[in-house]
Structures are given as structure tokens and as C-alpha cells.
Design a binder for this molecule. Structure first.
Ligand code: SF4
Length: 730
């Protein structure tokens, strides 16, 4: 309506865009658009990715009008990527969720918060009374601040009494968690960003940081003497930055890691003193990798033996070597095993716990790490283990609750929650700040599952999204810039998140929603005694984490304000530790890291005559996940308004396809129609690539329900498809 009025005024010459185009000089901005000169700047942390850049939001007359880098933040060193530079736009988005909505006679109608929360408590309790406590499932996110996630974990596990609780973090980095646990006895990235610049060899595997974690590229730039090796089936922007690109076959990374280990051992490029002092299982592992000869690994990976030797020699002879990975490794049915295989390389060479030397998972979401540490999903808070009596007892005693209320086993992981919804053992579902109807693999199965629910609550900052549109109840939440808390980034650095503006209409911070629901459930005083603000949650979390690997006890809101962001572990009165395992002591019962030996297997869905191409999915720098936020940022949306499909010209020629043709991508599960074709040598013949951000042309219509057996992370990266000209089969 407002837009129509504006258009009419413009057409009638009543609006000459004077406000939009006037320029002024600001103290901190120089000459710029007058409407972007703020009255004040609010320091906070970027709410997109796990790099965790410091950012300032410019505020004018109660509205966010600009963003700029927070100069004092140690991570981004005065820079931001395009998403960070335009982040304030999301606060003004037209698609914000404004009021609680309830589906009545097929329509979502506005109701009060009191009605919404009362109904939610009553329907959850009624479902659980009828079908059992575990008939309620909860799917959360790495987008919440740590304080909210910690509060939610207590509310779900102790207040609602269900352990069927997981997050969208399982869709991106649960394999890193599982791999670390298998190798080192605990989750926790061992290194720091400064290791990227201090290493003399950096090996990036399945990590396109130039698109997905752009600010990390400056750590590569700052050391001209290092050698950068990038292993990726595509010639990504990151591969273009590399000294050596390893264009390996899809999902042959595990074989590559074992092949490097084989050469390191054969040529004595290992650190025997480190292995003897700090690890177990070396002799068995050495026998295991005998089978991964350069000849065989060359066949499995498609890389020449010369490239394999060159990579292994560079890595093995490095004074300090860093291995980084992201979703290219994690999005796999062998993700956990591959993470452990990369950790094996660090252990073999003693490249861990020293400056420049680390295996390092580069995480996805802004606070995926906070959810891993403070969460109550794959671990108990503080990296405690569900199956350890002492861990449960310790936590129960800190909280003053009976020990038998603590779950003794992890509940269902995200894909298994969906499976249980499909099988009707889960009847009610609460989805918080995530959009599975774009992001979950094999959308047809998901749609069938969600249509089986008796009650679906979706709590989100945006509406409509494909997921909120299906909800029985929509709860409008405040987003980044409208609430307070902390995020922890990939290098374990805790940064403050601050409120710059009020949430729109009746949207409320997730923290307030959780406490208000606890009130309705009658457990607020017991679980959250006297809590009013996120700082109350943070202070309890400091006590819960004290003495653990992820010790936050020496970090407070005051210290973050006075000293800036800091890494954990930081015990009360101690300095922060830049690296884990510097003393060679690991979180295993005997204090030693383990060599893990898992054989490489082909990916689950191999190409056939009918589906001859291997589809790879991924991201682009302009967009964030399901595009709920970034499609609302004009500059980002203009730069990348629609999905595309990358195909090698040789494959296109065989099919008579040309650049910019519209094509359909078809798998055994579904079809994505009308995708713009781009012909490029970036992808090898037999492979195609498509970004996953776009709900209008959703690549997850064709991806498969195949999951890592340990981490339960989906194998998004490879499935067998064919490409047809759009309309060819109609
Ligand atoms: S690199 Fe990540 S954290 Fe930094 S500005 Fe970009 S999206 Fe934000």
C-alpha cells in the first residue's frame, strides 16, 4: 500500500526523491547519502556467518540506517563482506513477522501473545499426555544468541521433558562435532584464525571461503610466503587464490586424506615423538593406510600421483601446517570419518596446539559454536556427555534438580525427528528460526512429514516464509540488531551482540518468548529463578561451563565491554587460550588423541544412464542460507536475483544446450524447473553445480535422504541427476 502510494506520488511529480538523493557530510562518514548518516553507532557482532566480524549499526530516529566495520574488533580488522556492509537493511524488511498468528478455518489470523502462549503450552501438554513426552519435537538453530539457546535447552529438556531436540546445525557441522569427538574426545576447534596466517602451508578441503567466509581471505593475503593448497572438485573463487588446486573427484576427500597419510608415513615425514607422547592407535593406523597407495588414491581421487606426492611433501615438510574445511567435507555420509582423517594428518605431523598448526572446522552460522557448547542437543551443556553418570549428576547439582530428570541419552537428531513426524510418533513440532521448507534435503518427504502434524509452531523473525506459511501457530521474534546476548565464532571467540533498535510491532526477543512459555508451563521459577535479562542466563552458563574445556567462567558482560571479544577457554582470573591441546593432553579418558581408521566408500547415489550427472550444491557470497534475510537487501538481491546451474560446455554440447537456456534438474525424487544455465569450465564434465538459497527454484527438491550414520548430517553434495531443457518433456 505504502509502496503504491509512493509510486503514484512519483508518477505525479509530487515526490522527486529529494530525501533519497540528498548528500551531507557526516563526522565519521564524510560525504554520503544524508539518510545514511546516523545519530549514533551501536557496536555489535555480525549475525550471518561464523567468522564473527565486529560491526556497528548506525541508528537515526530509532531506525537502522547504516552498517560499518567495528574497527577495534580483532577478527575483521576493519573490513566487512557485502552481507555485513548491508546488514542493517534486514531490520527494515517488509517481510518481518509482526504479530502472533493462529490458523483458524485454514487462514492464519492475528491473536494476542497471551492466547498464543497459553494455547502452545496447553496443546504441547495435551499431545504429550496422549502420546507420551517424546511426541513433542523441537528444531532450533545456530542463529540464536548463546543465552537463548542455553535457556531453550533447559526449557525443552527439563520443562517440556522431551529430548527430541536438535538444531539446523546438524545440517551443516555435526560431522565436525562427531569427528572431533572421535579423534580428540571432545568437540572444540583446536586452532585460531591467526593460525591461517602463521602457517607456512594451508590446506583447505571443501572450503570455498572466498564465497562463504570472505573475511578469512585476508588472513591468507597477509602472508605472502605461505603455500595455499585448495582441494575442491570445482574451480571455486578460493581455488583461484591457491598456489595449488587439487580438482579431486566428488567425495573422494577421505581417500585423499588417507593417501597423504600413506606418503607421510612411507617417507618418514611424521613426528614420531609427538605420536608416541600424545596419541594411541598409530601402529594399526599405519597398517590401515598401507592400502591407500598413491596409485590407488590417484584412481579414487582423479588426481595425478605427482600432485599427491607434492601435496603430502608440502604438508609433511611444513614447519607449521593448517588444515581448514567446511561443508565440502561435512555434507557427506562419510563426513565424520573424513573429519577424523584430517585430524589424523595433524596428529601424524604434530601440527596441533602450536602457532600456525591446527586442524580447523570453519563453522557455518553466526552462533553455531555457542549452540554446540551451551546446548542440550548432541551434548549436555559444557560438552558433558549424556551417558556419563558423573556429568549428569554434576549438572543436576548445579541446577538443583533431581538427577533422574536429566536425560541419559541423546534424543532424535534432526533427520530422525522428521522421520518420526512422518511415522506419527512425533505429533507436535516447534521450529525456531529456521526454514526447513527450503533447507532440508528431499523436500517431498519433508512436506509429507509436516502435513502429518497435529500442531506446528514456527517462531521466526520473518513471515511469510515457506515454513511459517504451513504453521498452525506463528510466533514473531526479534532478530539481530533488536536483542542482546553473545555469539561465539569458529575460533571460539565470544563477542557481544547488542540491541540497536526496537523490534517491529509485537515481535519479541526469543529469550522473552522462552521465559513467557516457561511461565505458562509453570516451570519458570524452578528453572529460571529471578531471570529477567539474557545476562542472567549468561551468568548461570559461566558457572555451568566452569572447569570444562569450554570454560566461560572468566568472561562476563563487563569484561566483554571493557576488553572486547575473547576466546574460550577462559577460567576466572586466567588469560584466554588461543589454542586447545597446546599441552598435548586431549579430552579422552587416557588424555591421548586417537587415530581413526575408516575406509573410503563411494557416495551413495552413483550416476546412471538415466541420471548421468553428479549434482553439487553450495553458496554464493551475496546470499545467506534460505535467503529469508538477504532477499530483503536490495543490493544483494540485485547482484544475485535467481538461482543458476553451472555445467561444463562439453556436457552442454552433447545435449544441444546453450548458456542462459532455461533447464530443469531432475532426480529420482523430484524436479527443479526453469533454472538459468551457465556454461563454465569451473565445473568438470559429468558434474553440475547449483546454489541452495532459492526457494523459487529449490535444489532440495532433488537432493536425497542420505545421512552420515554418526553425525546424521545430510549428504547434500552429491546426487545423480539429469538436465533437460525446460518444457522438453511436457
Ligand atoms: S564474513 Fe561473515 S561475519 Fe564477516 S561480515 Fe561477512 S557474513 Fe558477516
Amino acid at each position: 500500500m505504502i509502496a503504491k502510494l509512493r509510486d503514484w506520488k512519483r508518477a505525479a511529480g509530487l515526490d522527486i526523491l529529494r530525501e533519497q538523493y540528498s548528500y551531507e557530510r557526516g563526522d565519521s562518514t564524510g560525504y554520503t547519502s544524508a539518510r545514511k548518516i546516523p545519530e549514533r553507532w551501536v557496536a555489535t557482532t555480525c549475525g550471518y556467518c561464523s567468522v564473527g566480524c565486529g560491526i556497528e549499526i548506525g541508528v537515526k530516529e530509532g531506525r537502522a540506517v547504516s552498517s560499518r566495520p567495528l574497527a577495534a574488533h580483532p577478527v575483521n580488522r576493519g573490513k566487512l563482506c557485502p552481507k555485513g556492509l548491508s546488514e542493517h537493511y534486514i531490520l527494515e524488511a517488509e517481510s518481518r513477522a509482526l504479530y502472533p498468528l493462529f490458523r483458524r478455518n485454514g487462514k492464519q489470523v492475528r491473536i494476542s501473545w497471551d492466547e498464543a502462549l497459553g494455547m502452545m503450552a496447553e496443546r504441547f501438554r495435551a499431545t504429550q499426555a496422549k502420546y507420551g513426552a517424546r511426541s513433542l519435537g523441537v528444531i532450533s538453530t545456530g542463529q540464536l544468541v548463546t543465552e537463548e539457546f542455553y535457556t531453550l535447552g533447559k526449557l525443552v529438556q527439563l520443562g517440556l521433558g522431551t529430548n527430541n531436540f536438535d538444531g539446523n546445525t546438524t545440517l551443516c557441522m555435526s560431522s565436525a562435532v562427531s569427528g572431533y569427538k572421535m579423534s580428540f574426545g571432545s568437540d572444540g576447534p583446536p586452532g585460531a584464525y591467526e593460525d591461517i596466517e602463521k602457517a607456512d602451508v594451508v590446506l583447505l578441503i571443501g572450503a570455498n571461503i572466498a564465497d562463504n567466509h570472505p573475511i578469512l581471505c585476508q588472513y591468507l593475503d597477509s602472508n605472502p610466503h605461505q603455500t595455499v593448497i585448495v582441494a575442491d572438485p570445482r574451480v571455486t573463487k578460493t581455488a583461484m587464490l591457491a598456489d595449488l588446486h587439487l580438482p579431486l573427484k566428488p567425495r573422494s576427500d577421505l581417500a585423499l586424506a588417507h593417501g597423504i597419510a600413506h606418503i607421510l608415513i612411507r617417507y618418514s615425514l611424521i613426528n614420531r615423538a609427538y605420536i608416541d607422547a600424545h596419541t594411541t592407535g598409530f601402529d594399526d593406523f599405519a597398517r590401515f593406510v598401507e592400502a591407500y597407495t598413491p596409485e590407488r588414491v590417484s584412481q579414487l581421487t582423479g588426481l595425478s600421483e605427482e600432485l599427491l606426492y607434492k601435496t603430502a611433501f608440502l604438508y609433511g615438510r611444513a614447519r607449521a601446517a593448517f588444515i581448514g574445511w567446511t561443508m565440502g567435507v561435512n555434507h557427506s555420509t562419510q563426513g565424520s570419518a573424513t573429519v577424523s582423517a584430517l585430524c589424523n594428518l595433524s596428529l601424524l605431523t604434530g601440527n596441533i596446539g602450536r602457532a600456525g598448526a591446527s586442524p580447523f572446522s570453519i563453522t557455518g552460522q553466526c552462533n553455531a559454536m555457542g549452540t554446540r557448547e551451551a546446548g542440550f542437543t548432541s551434548s549436555l551443556p559444557g560438552y558433558r556427555k549424556f551417558d556419563q553418570t558423573a556429568d549428569r549428576a554434576e549438572l543436576a547439582s548445579i541446577w538443583g534438580v533431581a538427577e533422574d530428570r536429566m536425560p541419559a541419552a541423546r534424543g532424535l537428531a534432526y533427520p530422525d525427528i522428521i522421520e518420526a513426524v512422518l511415522g506419527r510418533s512425533i505429533r507436535a513440532l516447534w521450529i525456531i528460526a529456521t526454514n526447513p521448507l527450503v533447507s532440508f534435503p528431499n523436500q517431498d518427504v519433508l512436506r509429507q512429514a509436516l502435513s502429518n502434524l497435529d500442531f506446528l509452531v514456527v517462531q521466526d523473525g520473518f513471515h511469510p516464509t515457506p515454513t511459517t506459511e504451513l504453521a498452525t501457530l506463528v510466533l514473531p521474534a526479534a532478530i539481530w540488531g533488536e536483542k542482546e546476548g553473545t555469539y561465539t565464532n569458529s575460533e571460539r571467540r565470544v563477542s557481544k551482540v547488542n540491541k540497536a533498535v526496537d523490534p517491529p510491532a509485537e515481535a519479541r526477543p526469543d529469550f522473552d518468548i522462552f521465559l513467557a512459555l516457561a511461565e505458562k508451563l509453570g516451570c519458570r521459577d524452578e528453572l529460571f529463578p529471578g531471570w529477567l535479562t539474557p545476562e542472567d542466563a549468561f551468568n548461570e552458563w559461566r558457572r555451568v561451563s566452569a572447569g570444562r574445556l569450554c570454560d566461560y567462567s572468566g568472561i562476563s558482560y563487563e569484561s566483554l565491554a571493557a576488553d572486547g571479544p575473547t576466546q574460550w577457554p577462559r577460567a576466572e582470573g586466567a588469560a584466554a587460550a588461543a589454542r586447545l591441546y597446546a599441552d598435548g593432553k586431549f579430552a579422552t579418558p587416557d588424555g591421548r588423541a586417537k587415530f581413526i581408521a575408516t575406509h573410503w566408500e563411494p557416495f551413495p547415489e552413483q550416476p546412471t544412464r538415466e541420471y548421468p550427472l553428479v549434482l553439487n550444491t553450495g553458496r554464493t557470497v551475496e546470499h545467506w542460507h534460505t535467503r529469508t534475510k538477504t532477499r530483503e537487501v536490495p543490493i544483494l538481491e540485485h547482484l544475485s536475483p535467481r538461482a543458476w546451474l553451472e555445467m561444463n560446455p562439453r556436457d552442454a554440447t552433447q545435449q544441444g544446450l546453450r548458456s542462459h537456456d532455461r533447464v530443469d534438474v531432475v532426480s529420482r525424487r523430484g524436479r527443479v524447473s526453469g533454472v538459468e544455465l551457465r556454461l563454465t569450465e569451473i565445473v568438470a564434465p559429468g558434474q553440475i553445480f547449483m546454489p541452495f538459497h532459492f526457494s523459487e527454484t529449490n535444489v532440495n527438491e532433488v537432493t536425497q535422504s542420505a545421512f552420515d550414520p554418526i553425525s546424521r548430517e545430510p549428504n547434500y553434495k552429491q546426487c545423480a541427476v539429469r538436465v533437460e531443457r525446460t518444457g522438453a518433456t511436457q
